[in-house]
Design a protein around this ligand. Sequence first.
Ligand code: DX5
Ligand code: ZN
Length: 214
Amino acid sequence: MKLKIAPSLLSANLLNLKREIKNIKKAGADMLHLDIMDGHFVPNLTFGYELVKQIRKITNLALDTHLMVTNPAFFIPKFIESGVDYISFHIETDSEYKKLLRKIRESKVKAGIAINPETPIDTVKKVWDYIDYVLVMTVHPGFGGQEYIEECTKKIKDISNLIGKRNIEIEVDGGINYQTAKLAKKAGANILIAGSFIFSSNDYNKVIEGLKNV
Ligand code: DX5
Ligand code: ZN
């Protein structure tokens, strides 16, 4: 099965956002990954829902929202309203995560749980009935351009085994290039998020095609 590729806008040329989005769509991207950081849950700031609303107007690519925020309950309704297609948040950020996941799904948006390299996978077992996907971080969240943490490959595999035949997708996020894409795919990932590897290239077509076919 071909992998789906979700370029992360974090590494795009933000001064030419419209052109970047058109170009990655033309190059075969399946979705667009939006890293939302609040400067609190992670030590970095990115962009908010007003920009996402504008992005929604210029593309029909599926918008995959990765909330790295301390207060997802506040932000989830705003992003639903912005017209995104997927929303994930980090499971440790709200003890009422089931309620939040339900809310996302009720709005016909796909709901996901994001887990950090150190988050025990037992946490995922509690949410099978509430999620459409798991986002497995293979770097510590906060910045693009970091190196893939090799130990996380086993985690992807364990999660994939636990999911079994359930209809739950696995996204892998952080340090993806041809080599690590191969590891993640073999371990059971079906959506790869890639920022710096795609946007540092001058041939998006070649890189996206290459990642799809590792
Ligand atoms: C990191 C973000 C990632 C990041 C990936 O906190 O969640 O989505 O943009 O960037 P690369 O592919 O450069 O590791
Ligand atoms: Zn991300």
